[in-house]
Each structure stands twice: as structure tokens, then as C-alpha cells.
Design a protein around this ligand. Structure first.
Ligand code: ATP
Ligand code: MG
Length: 716
């Protein structure tokens, strides 16, 4: 290293340095997992600030999750030896776009305090619109139509821009009209959905060149992580913002593109060179994360995909355990085995948060939760999403939202009769009618209606009391610390009490969750900041520092790393998902394979893959065959250990306990449990009827026969 060179450059390899020091002009860093892309990007940001090439507020830096943004901020502080304030435009696409949109909301007919709707609100609103339009919402469910609208938004298309032929086949040809109406309703509600955050900004940029020019001027540098997962709207937005100064650096890996279902386009990588001619392309090839067998397994797997840009990956580390593949009887046993492994690691001094369980679908987490609660192993379901999706949390948030923004009718609707206040359907209908007639938010209509004699005296009293409560809480907004206010609201509204007196088994958990919510609020400056955060929590959040086993989805694990990774449920129909198999196309299967690649490459020291012969999916027991991805792993990088090779006695023992089929066999003696078991022939298809025990004992043959996986056993 040259003398006087900033400390943060030491420890970077040559291409990484180039990625940091090439500050002028467009740069594309294209490299495989664990090669230090994110590290290079973080250092680049530190370098720009350290060299005073720009002020923090003049940098746009996009990360894929909120957590990644926080981490980048931390690491940068470590690199520079001081924390950096004022990086207003460091965050996810949504967070950054939301911040921008608040400044210019009036240009698209919103107030700057607009609400950000989540998926649930979005679908409720959509449902109202579908019904209002006289469309059969059984045939055209709100969820599906909202999905179409999302996809238009991801492509940067406003209702006027949607090509007619694309909308033609949906909702009796009314999809564009519904989209138009939906946008109008959002405006009335002073609300935006996630897609709007970017779409509105695009609209503003195109209609108000001065606003765009302001940002083009401001952003001296643009940095983007996980670039392979940007969608068209995000790409257009970036391109507009970077076009003037052209100092844009994007890092990505085409093999880790896992969001095409959300509109991401790998083609954006190819487009980059066209839109930013003369771009410096940097390739990083040394992997610093994983052992050689882990890399070999991941590399061998992803080699089954076609149309890759192609990359070299190597590691200087030698040794390392082979990737272990473990076959087990059923889901509970899978959880048991993983629990044992982690306890053993813990005894060897491994920190729990260096152990991660990566699932393909949310439903898989419960089995692990159950097991870990039983054995007292601390765990964390990483995915703030899950927490904030819970009904009690959504109710509590609705109370907070209506206090923060009186026009939030969706929030008002959610809490007006929760807990029950004796406001019947009739009263609510009246309220809605009045709100519609007067073009007012529901809360305003409620304030008016309690002055009239439209409602029964009882209903009027109940509603008036609620409105008084809300007014009082609003007064307290500036006086009480917001977590305290939340506690007051939960108590005074009777909402907390509703769960405290509830006798159902999950009520206690709900009370805990509500308390957890008020605790979570303490991390935020004020209520608005908290609500904004919640609205933006789409990605996994891990805010607690205490050591816990991490359980998360493969999607949520992107960009992260752990010493020990457990990849569970590698079965046809679970992973690859049934959906990807049903679609039948190679594209969706290849996306699943990229997801598997992301999963394996999260591991530093060990990766363990598990598959179960039986699994309960949405309450139904089904037999499974191992994922084709197992068969695609290079043999010399893996070792198999099967717990089912113990011969028939082991199977009998398992059946004797009858636990896998306990719910089916209930009370029927030699009942359906046995019949069901008798039809479980997970391997017969794959092995030409040689039987499952043979298959378990002969993983090589099982692999060799994987080409005949055309008929997966799962039928859900
Ligand atoms: P992914 O594709 O999974 O997002 P990435 O390319 O962003 O991976 P990083 O997360 O930046 O990779 O780096 C992977 C690991 O390698 C990190 O622990 C990082 O600190 C380490 N690392 C990166 N570059 C170097 C280096 N030059 N020397 C030592 N360690 C490095
Ligand atoms: Mg990264």
C-alpha cells in the first residue's frame, strides 16, 4: 500500500480497489456471491465522503433491505472512524422514494403526510372497488387484480400507459378502469401504495423537469447494491437520476436474481452498458466468505442454469467440511435434527446468531418454532413482516394511524368497532354513506353524524365516546413520548383488555405482541417515523442484538452470511416450490435454482441440507421426494447421511409412534393413518419400485435417477 493511503483501502484486493477508486463515470461491478461486492460498495461510499467528493446529502445509495442500509451505515462508520450523519438518501428504493415523494406530494395530488398502504389495505380497497364496479369478486379476486396493478406499477406504467391488449382479458375488460379508479381512491384517501412511491416520482420527474434537474444536480454519486433485482420502474428512476452526472456504480450478480416474480429484470444488467456507454466493468472473482466445498456445491448447482453471464469464483481457503445432505422421516424430525446440531455447535462455542435456518416458504418456520420452544433454544424468525402482519398488531397500528392522520379511513374502519362498541352494520353503513355523500374521510363523517339523530342513541354514544378518545389522543401526540401514548391508547380504547380477558389459547401471545410493539416504537424518533418504518418493513429486520438462532426465508437471507447454514425442506414441491413446478416453464425453475444458490452461498463454514420423506403442508400430510437440486450437487462436494437407512424396524418404530399420522388416524385403530402410510412410496417412482429404504441407503442411485422426477408426489 502506498504511504498516506487511507486506512480503509488496506485489505481490499486490486479489482475491489478499482471499484472504490473509479469514482468518475459509470461503473458496473459484476461478481459472484461473497466476493466482497457490498464491502466494495460500502468502502466506495466511505471514500467519496472521506475525499470530500460529495456531502452525505448529495449521495443516493440504494440497498435491498432496511437492515442492509443500517449495516452499511455502521460499517462505514467503522471504516472512517466516525459516524456519518445526513445520509438522507441511503435506504431501500421504497424508503428513498417515500422521502422524496413527501417533498413533492402535492404535484400528484397528495398531502405530504400521505399514508403508505400495505398489501392488506391495498387489497381491501381493491375489493371495495371491484364490488362497486359490479364485478364478481369471486371470479376476479382483489388479490389477483391488485397483483396486476402492482405489476403495471413495477413496469412504470400509469393507467393511461397500460397497453389495452394487456388488460383486455381481465375483470371483464375493465382492468384499466379499475386501475384508474383505484388511483383516484388512493388520492381521496391521501394514500399511496408501495408501487406508487416510485411511480409517482417517475410521473413527477417527467412532468416537472425542474424537479428532476434539481435531483440530477444534487446527486453527485449514485450507488446501488443487489442491482440484479431492480425492476423496470426502479431502473428508470435510477437512470433519470444518474443521467446528468453519470457517476453511478451498480453491483450485482445475475445468478442471485430472485425477484423476477416481483418484476425484477436481469436484463437491466445488460441494459446498463447501453444506457451508460463507456462504463467500467469490474469483475471480482475471489470469494472471501465460504469454504471450497461450499463454493463447489453452489457452483455445480448453478451450472444447471442456462443463459448465465458466467463468472469465475475461487477461494484461497483450504479444507472445510463437505456439504452434508440429511434425509429424515418427517418435518418434526427435521426440526429435531437441526435443533440437535445447533445445540452441539453451541456447546463448541458457536454463537447462536451464527446459525441460520433458511426456509423456502413461511409455513416451514412453525415446525422449528415449536421444537425450539420445547428445547428452550432461543430463536428469532427474521422477518419483521411476520410480526407486523399479525391481526393484533395491525389493529394497534390502525389506532396509531388514525391518531397520526385523521384522513386515514382504512385505519378508522378497522378500529371503529374493535373492540366491539355496539356499532352495528346499520350504523357503519350510515357512516359510510355520509362520508361518501360529503366526500369526507370516515372520521370527519363520524364527528358530524354524532351531532345528528341519524344513529340510535346507543350507537351515537358509543361513537361519540370513540371520537372524544381519538381527539384526546391526538392532543397528547406532542406531549407524551410516542411509546407511552401507544400504551395509553391500547388501554383506554379497551383493545388491550379485549385480549387480556380473552380465553383463547393465543390471546396471551397477542398481549405480548402488543407490548413488544410499544417496545419496538422506542427505537424511533416519533410516531410518524415509526409508522413510516412499519409501512416500509417489507424486508427482514433483525433489530435485536441478543444471540438467537436465525430463521428466515431464502429471499430474506440475500446479502447476509452465517457460519452455519441449514437449508431445510429440500423436497420437490417445497423447494423447488410447487408453484414453480406447476408453471412448468424453465424460467421459474431456474429462478428457484438461483434461490438455492443464494441459500448455499450464505454459509461461511458449513452448509447442511435436509429433506423429509413426509411433510404436512397446510394441514395435509404428503409424501415427498428429495429436491432435484440435491441430485444436481456435485458428488465430491457433498456427503449424505440418511437416518432412514436403518431398515424396516426403524420405519416400523416410526409408524408405531404414529406421530406423523396422528391426526389422520385419530380414533380409528388401524385407520386411515395406516392406509395412508401404506401408500407412502416416496421413492418408488424415482427408483422404479425398488422401495424407499433401498433408496435411502443408496443416495448415489437416488441422484442418478433424478432425471425421472417428472411426476412429483405432492399434489396440493
Ligand atoms: P453477496 O453476493 O452474497 O451479497 P458480496 O459480494 O456482497 O456477497 P460481501 O458481503 O461484501 O460479499 O463480502 C463477503 C465476505 O467477505 C464478508 O465477510 C466480507 O467482509 C469479506 N470480504 C470481502 N472482501 C474482502 C477482502 N478483500 N479481504 C477479506 N475479506 C473480505
Ligand atoms: Mg452483497
Amino acid at each position: 500500500a502506498a504511504t498516506g493511503e487511507p486506512r480503509y483501502l488496506s485489505g481490499l484486493n486490486a479489482p475491489q480497489r478499482q471499484a472504490v477508486l473509479t469514482t468518475d463515470g459509470p461503473v458496473l461491478i459484476l461478481a459472484g456471491a461473497g466476493t466482497g461486492k457490498t464491502r466494495a460498495l460500502t468502502t466506495r461510499l466511505a471514500h467519496i465522503l472521506h475525499s470530500r467528493l460529495a456531502w452525505p446529502s448529495e449521495i443516493l445509495c440504494v440497498t435491498f433491505t432496511n437492515k442492509a442500509a443500517r449495516e452499511m451505515q455502521h460499517r462505514m462508520a467503522a471504516l472512517l472512524g466516525q459516524s456519518v450523519e445526513g445520509l438522507q438518501f441511503l435506504g431501500t428504493f421504497h424508503a428513498v422514494a417515500a422521502r422524496m415523494l413527501r417533498r413533492h406530494a402535492e404535484l400528484v395530488g397528495l398531502d405530504s403526510n400521505f399514508t403508505i398502504l400495505d398489501t392488506d389495505d391495498q387489497q381491501r380497497l381493491m375489493k371495495q372497488i371491484i364490488i362497486e364496479a359490479g364485478i364478481d369478486d369471486k371470479r376476479w379476486p382483489a388479490k389477483a387484480l391488485a397483483g396486476h396493478i402492482d405489476r403495471f406499477k413495477n413496469r412504470g406504467l400509469t393507467p393511461a400507459q397500460v397497453p389495452a391488449h394487456e388488460a383486455h382479458d381481465f375483470a371483464d375488460g375493465k382492468l384499466i378502469a379499475l386501475y384508474t379508479r383505484y388511483q383516484a381512491r388512493l388520492a381521496e384517501l391521501n394514500a399511496a401504495d408501495f408501487g406508487d412511491l416510485l411511480l409517482h416520482m417517475l410521473t413527477i420527474f417527467l412532468a416537472h423537469p425542474d424537479v428532476l434537474a434539481g435531483y440530477q444536480q444534487r446527486f453527485k454519486y449514485v450507488l446501488v447494491d443487489e442491482y440484479q433485482d431492480t425492476n423496470v420502474a426502479q431502473y428508470l428512476w435510477l437512470r433519470l437520476l444518474a443521467q446528468q452526472r453519470r457517476n453511478i456504480a451498480c453491483v450485482g450478480d445475475d445468478d442471485q436474481s430472485i425477484y423476477s416474480w416481483r418484476g425484477a429484470e436481469v436484463a437491466n444488467i445488460l441494459r446498463f452498458e447501453k444506457d451508460f456507454p463507456g462504463a467500467t466493468i469490474i469483475r471480482l472473482e475471489q470469494n472471501y466468505r465460504s469454504t471450497a466445498p461450499i463454493l463447489a456445491a453452489a457452483g455445480g448447482l448453478i451450472a444447471h442454469n442456462g443463459g448465465r453471464l458466467g463468472k469465475t469464483l475461487w477461494t484461497a481457503s483450504d479444507g472445510g467440511d463437505k456439504v452434508e445432505v440429511i434425509g429424515v422421516w418427517d418435518g418434526p424430525e427435521e426440526a429435531r435434527r437441526v435443533g440437535e446440531r445447533i445445540e452441539a455447535l453451541q456447546r463448541d462455542g458457536v454463537a447462536l446468531d451464527q446459525c441460520a435456518i433458511l426456509v423456502r416458504a413461511q409455513f416451514q418456520t412453525r415446525e422449528f418454532e415449536d421444537r425450539f420452544i420445547t428445547i428452550g433454544l432461543p430463536y428469532r424468525i427474521v422477518g419483521g413482516f411476520r410480526f407486523y402482519e399479525r391481526a393484533e398488531i395491525r389493529d394497534a397500528l390502525a389506532y396509531l394511524r388514525i391518531v397520526a392522520s385523521p384522513a386515514d379511513s382504512l385505519a378508522f374502519e378497522r378500529i371503529v368497532n374493535t373492540p366491539k362498541r355496539g356499532l352495528g352494520d346499520k350504523a357503519l353503513q350510515r357512516l359510510h354513506a355520509l362520508a361518501r355523500a360529503q366526500g369526507k374521510p370516515l372520521a370527519a363523517a363520524a364527528n358530524a353524524i354524532v351531532q345528528s339523530d341519524e344513529l340510535t342513541p346507543a350507537a351515537r354514544r358509543a361513537l361519540a365516546a370513540l371520537m372524544q378518545d381519538i381527539a384526546r389522543w391526538r392532543d397528547q401526540l406532542g406531549q407524551l413520548p410516542h411509546p407511552e401514548l401507544a400504551r395509553v391508547i391500547l388501554e383506554e380504547s379497551g383493545y388491550l383488555a379485549m385480549w387480556q380477558i380473552d380465553k383463547s389459547p393465543e390471546a396471551a401471545g397477542r398481549v405480548d405482541n402488543l407490548l413488544e410493539l410499544t417496545r419496538a416504537m422506542e427505537d424511533f424518533e416519533n410516531l410518524t417515523a415509526f409508522l413510516e418504518h412499519v409501512a416500509l418493513v417489507m424486508e427482514n429486520e433483525a433489530s435485536e442484538a441478543t444471540e438467537k438462532v436465525m430463521i428466515m426465508t431464502l429471499h430474506g437471507a440475500k446479502g447476509l452470511e452465517f457460519d452455519h447454514v441449514f437449508l431445510v425442506g429440500w423436497e420437490e414441491g417445497v423447494f423447488p416450490s410447487q408453484r414453480s413446478l406447476d408453471e412448468g416453464g424453465n424460467a421459474s425453475l431456474e429462478e428457484e435454482r438461483r434461490l438455492a444458490y443464494v441459500g448455499i452461498t450464505r454459509a461461511r463454514k458449513s452448509a447442511t441440507i435436509l429433506h423429509a420423506a413426509n411433510r404436512r403442508v397446510y394441514g395435509q400430510w404428503t409424501s415427498s421426494i428429495p429436491s432435484r437440486f440435491i441430485a444436481e450437487l456435485p458428488e465430491d462436494a457433498i456427503k449424505s447421511s440418511d437416518t432412514l437407512s436403518g431398515g424396516p424396524s426403524l420405519w416400523r418404530a416410526a409408524l408405531g409412534q404414529a406421530d406423523p399420522f396422528a391426526d389422520v388416524a385419530r380414533g380409528t385403530g388401524r385407520g386411515p393413518g395406516w392406509q395412508r402410510a401404506a401408500t407412502v412410496e416416496p421413492y418408488s417412482g424415482a427408483l422404479g419400485g425398488r422401495g424407499r429404504n433401498v433408496a435411502r441407503a443408496a443416495p448415489v442411485e437416488a441422484r442418478a435417477s433424478a432425471v425421472s422426477f417428472a411426476q412429483p408426489a405432492r399434489k396440493d
